[in-house]
Design a protein around this ligand. Structure first.
Ligand code: F6P
Length: 535
């Protein structure tokens, strides 16, 4: 019999109150556990066994998923329903990588426009590559109009690919200052990537870059500006020739827009086949997400594991550790995808949530992370679940390095799980001939509690297809968490207030400007900045 949502949450809470709820090591005594908690989706293998999710807990979590109707919500998303209720929009990033005719919304074929745009993007790339005039592409954008493409180019660009890509996001002039000296205006194609084409930072930087082009090339410079946006009026007003505007629809959320025209920088820099491979990989994960049963649905199982960590065990953060330098920007991309989606405090109906929602997500590539923040994961007071991403086969020939990399990734997960008890630490120090007093003094500092959770994802190799699968896997995980927590994962009202206040503060920072009404702290800081800036 189906359980109610409240009964399902109560069952999860009850299991989490059990004395050994957070213990993982006893579960690992079961030799079949690793296989039972390891899942495949497309080319990705995910070992979720190094967590305290027992079979009983998993059943309770699956009951919760059924009670919350997660798979029905998934189907509503795929059917083009306006599930982004606060913005009255469908959520159809899957249509960006789906086959023609696959997705509809409001009675229209959403895929038709997608494929028209893809055709235009492909033809544009072919022309730019054939002409050979441009060696560099500069993409000006921020947030979802920057992080996804930047992450993908970092992961997929190889020497010999058609163009070099650069990304300008921060309104901090130092970012442009650092970039512009390395660019030849005559050989740089500029993309202004902005869903709304109103984002202050992007528009400020777009003007800087256009001034730079015009300074070098005169009015002809405008011909090498390209716009990627839903706001065609604004791109026209900015003066971008219509043939160089690539659009998308408002049912593409900014943080899910890598697959849209926003991904043009990937296609230009890496080649069309790479961009097409990215889309194909994401589609492969979509097919898994849309067809797998609850018990085999990897995005859902990862979401349920997160529910256990956040709501069951009260763990407020998660680390993302790709053991691949090419995935250096993957944690940054996920930070936006996850935290902008799930950093919510009211339900879809507008009531305060009754339990914690999105955790803090942070990360760095391994092994660098080990020499940075992993100390806290091993010995800090609050466990931080870690996602460890391994790539079995590298693209380079330095196999010894790669073995070291993999050994370190595996070792971190093992160390988090196993910990290190007093007997082992004492024996090690005794073997080194240390005095008994010194051993006892050092002992507490050298203990590792263990039982710290991690998930290990293994990709056979990192290419466009597997990267597409990986990114889509996390997108769908976020969707499931939104459905489980009953929050809208597709709006981002929380970014508005800061934008508005920055707009109000801007004139107050002009020389001699009068200060507006502020709290005493902000007022004093404005006065101090005026003093230090000499005005
Ligand atoms: O693409 P746009 O409209 O310039 O927006 C950039 C980013 O700003 C946000 O709206 C808020 O930071 C993100 O959701 C979005 O990805």
């Amino acid at each position: 019999m189906a359980v109610s949502t409240e009964a399902a949450w109560a069952r999860v809470a009850e299991l989490a109150r059990a004395p050994a709820a957070a213990a993982i090591r006893p579960l690992m005594a079961d030799p079949a556990r690793a296989a039972r908690f390891t899942h495949r989706a497309g080319d990705i293998l995910a070992d979720l066994s190094k967590t305290s999710v027992s079979d009983t807990v998993r059943e309770a979590l699956l009951d919760l998923s059924r009670a919350r109707g997660v798979l029905a919500a998934r189907d509503a998303m795929a059917a083009g329903e306006a599930i982004n209720a606060t913005e009255g929009r469908a959520v159809l990033h899957m249509a960006l990588r789906g086959p023609r005719g696959a997705f509809r919304t409001e009675g229209e074929d959403a895929s038709a426009g997608v494929h028209d745009t893809l055709d235009a993007m492909r033809a544009f790339c072919a022309r730019i590559h054939a002409e050979g005039r441009f060696t560099d592409v500069l993409s000006v954008g921020i947030g979802g109009s920057d992080l996804g493409p930047q992450m993908a180019v970092r992961a997929l660009w190889r020497h010999g690919m058609p163009m070099r890509a650069h990304f300008l996001s921060n309104v901090d002039g130092h970012a442009w200052e650092a970039l512009r000296h390395g660019l030849d205006p005559a050989r740089t194609l500029v993309l202004v990537a902005s869903k709304t084409f109103t984002t202050a930072e992007t528009m400020a930087n777009a003007h800087l870059v256009r001034d730079w082009l015009r300074g070098a090339l005169g009015e002809a410079a405008d011909a090498q500006m390209v716009a990627l946006s839903t706001n065609l009026d604004a791109t026209r007003a900015f003066g971008v020739p219509g043939s160089q505007v690539f659009g998308f629809r408002d049912w593409v959320g900014g943080r899910f827009s890598l697959w849209s025209a926003i991904g043009l920088s990937v296609a230009l820099a890496c080649g069309w086949e790479v961009f097409a491979g990215l889309l194909a990989g994401a589609r492969r994960m979509d097919e898994h997400f849309l067809s797998a049963t609850e018990a085999e649905n990897l995005p859902l199982l990862m979401a349920l594991t997160e529910v256990w960590h956040v709501n069951g065990l009260g763990l407020p953060s998660r680390a993302v550790l790709p053991y691949d330098e090419r995935l250096a920007r993957f944690p940054a991309h996920l930070q936006q995808v996850e935290m902008e989606s799930l950093g919510k405090r009211v339900t879809l109906e507008g009531a305060p949530v009754s339990r914690a929602t999105g955790p803090v997500v942070f990360g760095e590539p391994g092994t660098n992370a080990q020499h940075s923040f992993m100390q806290l994961l091993h010995q800090g007071t609050t466990p931080v679940p870690a996602d460890i991403v391994l790539v079995a086969t590298p693209d380079h020939g330095f196999d010894e390095n790669h073995r070291q990399l993999l050994a370190n990734g595996l070792a971190q997960a093992e160390a988090l799980l196993r910990g290190r008890g007093a007997e082992e630490v004492r024996a090690e120090m005794e073997a080194k001939g240390m005095a008994a007093g010194a051993i006892e003094a050092l002992l507490p500092h050298r203990l590792f509690p263990g039982d710290r959770p991690s998930a290990t994802l293994v990709l056979p190799r990192l290419d466009a297809n597997t990267l597409g699968q990986l990114v889509a896997l996390y997108e769908h995980k976020v969707f499931c968490l939104g459905a489980l927590w009953d929050v809208n994962a597709f709006d981002q009202w929380g970014v508005e207030l800061g934008k508005q206040l920055a707009g109000a503060l801007l004139p107050e920072l002009s020389p001699g400007a009068a200060a507006g009404e502020h709290d005493p702290s902000t007022a004093a800081l404005i006065a101090e900045l005026h003093r230090q800036r000499g005005g």
